[in-house]
Design a protein around this ligand. Structure first.
Ligand code: EPZ
Length: 424
């Protein structure tokens, strides 16, 4: 199992390039199941979850080419013949987002058999809203032996009101609705940019979607979708993670190939703490040359502050003067990073959904354990300012969502290396 070894204390200086958004690429790859023509996706991040999705689609009989040549990060998916519309437990247990194939498979093949995702480190994460929505579209759902089976001759358009805002639930049902008979209206839909990116691809494939990126999405079903070529949006969470890295290390970092319009809540929060940033068309500069102060944080659905940036913000809060109260509203167990930060010297008290962080406390290097994707990012950030050499174990978590993180950080001055059997 790979480890990252990081010696703290270096200010990050220079330019770091943001990769394509993992959480846009995953639904867009699933969308290729909706057509028997090739779908080409560019700006795909080279991360583990993309490889898992490639395996998932190939296991169903789709032809999937995935290339990370210098010129492009591109995948071509041709789901001409789908032999087995199934997602096995083996793959789903490693990536819950595999449930994104449920909607497309029922819509395209009339049936799907997808393993129920187990729980995960950050919470129970049920998929009841995905299932309820598919039933509203006329699918017959059974659950047994840890699998969900869905069947429908042809899905029928319906009004679907989400009890809770769910990103992949919105995406799953949006995809299913594109081939349903008649009109579907998704109410209380997720507004994340990744939902709008998926809708852009689907409309490019011939779907008739209006309102993606707002709480109400209207879909007029069509009988067939065609192939398309689409460029995935930049990863706003990777961009936010590097913004905090620049601030924490007192550096001067240019975050290139990002979309500042997707970073509004993150930039507003950094400004509130006193961190200086300078957005331009497709990049943001962060200058960490002055002390920053504590600020409370509440995670919310987009356009609020993203839960996927909460762990990274907590690392920043440990170095801010004063007390920051962080409230995690989306997931019930997303403070796994806190104890590891405390082991490095942070002063954090967990009270249910709230974490009370008192800074500024010096951090000292330690051997720490990554528990989930964003908790790992938080530990990398803390290690960049800790005194000494931190060893982070189980970095496969971070490889799920950050492309070549040690190369990107080393290129701007971080003292970081990977040990263990190197990545392919
Ligand atoms: C997506 O997960 C992201 N993953 C997550 O990013 C992100 O943290 C999350 O949205 C919230 O923004 C992908 O897009 C692949 P939800 P998702 O359904 O869709 C409850 C990362 O780090 N819920 O929006 O699974 C759920 O328990 C990952 O990149 C139900 O109750 O999250 C949670 O409390 C982590 N029933 C809340 O809704 C359902 O059927 C929001 O979850 C579905 C969700």
């Amino acid at each position: 199992m790979d480890k990252l070894v990081i010696r703290g204390g270096e200010p990050l200086l220079g330019t770091v390039r943001v990769s394509g958004a993992k959480n846009a690429a995953l639904p867009c790859m699933a969308a290729a199941l909706l057509t028997d023509e090739p779908v080409i996706l560019e700006n795909i991040p080279q991360v583990r979850d993309i490889e898992t999705t490639r395996k998932l689609l190939a296991a169903m009989g789709a032809e999937v080419e995935l290339g990370y040549g210098r010129a492009h990060h591109r995948t071509t998916i041709h789901a001409k013949n789908l032999a087995t519309p199934e997602a096995s437990y083996e793959l789903v247990k490693t990536m819950r987002a595999s449930t994104l194939v449920l909607g497309p498979l029922v819509a395209r093949c009339g049936r799907a058999r997808v393993s129920l995702p187990g729980g995960c480190a950050i919470g129970q994460r049920p998929i009841d809203l995905h299932i309820k929505g598919l039933e509203r579209l006329g699918a017959k759902i059974t659950q047994e032996h840890g699998y969900v089976e869905a069947k429908a001759n042809r899905l029928r358009g319906a009004e679907i009101l989400f009890d809770k805002i769910t990103v992949t639930g919105t995406e799953d049902l949006l995809m299913a609705a594109t081939l349903a008979e008649g009109e579907t209206v998704l109410q209380n839909a997720a507004c994340e940019p990744e939902v709008a990116d998926l809708a852009a691809l689907l409309n490019n494939m011939g779907a008739k979607i209006q309102g993606a990126g707002t709480p109400t999405i209207r879909v007029k079903g069509v009988s067939k979708l065609k192939g398309a070529k689409h460029r995935i949006i930049p990863d706003r969470i990777e961009a936010g993670t590097f913004l905090i890295a620049g601030a924490l290390t007192g550096g001067d970092l240019n975050i290139a190939n990002c979309d500042p319009a997707h970073l509004t809540a993150i930039l507003a929060k950094l400004k509130q703490t006193g961190v200086k940033t300078k957005p331009s068309k497709d990049s943001v500069r962060v200058m960490g040359d002055n002390p920053f102060s504590a600020s409370d944080l509440v995670t919310e659905e987009y356009p609020g502050f993203p839960t996927d940036m909460q762990a990274q913000f907590m690392a920043l809060a440990t170095q801010a003067e004063g007390t920051s109260i962080i409230t995690e509203n989306i997931f019930e167990n997303r403070f796994m990073h806190a104890q590891e930060l405390v082991r490095m010297g942070a002063n954090i008290r967990i009270e249910g959904r709230r974490a009370v962080v008192t800074g500024k406390t010096p951090l000292s290097a330690a051997a720490v354990l990554a528990s989930d994707l964003r908790a790992s990012a938080s530990l990398v950030l803390a290690a960049l300012v800790a005194d000494g050499e931190t060893i982070i174990d189980r970095v496969y978590h971070i490889d799920r969502g950050y492309e070549k993180i040690e190369e990107k950080l080393k290129a701007v001055g971080a003292q970081i290396k990977r040990i263990g059997n190197m990545l392919p």
